[in-house]
Design a binder for this molecule. Structure first.
Ligand SMILES: [Zn+2]
Length: 79
């Protein structure tokens, strides 16, 4: 039994399964990665859904209220 059992996608009505995903967020001029985020992912169209408490954690990470687990330097190339 998990949070997404029995839930269906609001776009295509596909089944939603729980997966751990990595999110990318741009914060001011930096990109941050949030790893291991539990998300409901539609098996048909891939739309991601997040539970309210997870969204709150994401928000706190973005606002810098949580300590980063580790930092990585991301090389960015532009032409
Ligand atoms: Zn869908």
């Amino acid at each position: 039994m998990n949070f997404w059992d029995g839930e269906t996608c609001e776009y295509c009505n596909g089944a939603i399964i729980e997966k751990r995903v990595t999110l990318h967020r741009k914060v001011k001029r930096n990109y941050i990665l949030i790893e291991n985020v539990p998300a409901g992912v539609c098996t048909e169209c891939g739309t991601r859904y997040f539970a309210a408490n997870v969204l709150k954690m994401i928000e706190e990470s973005v606002r810098g209220k949580r300590q980063a687990a580790r930092e990585v330097i991301v090389p960015v190339f532009a032409l």
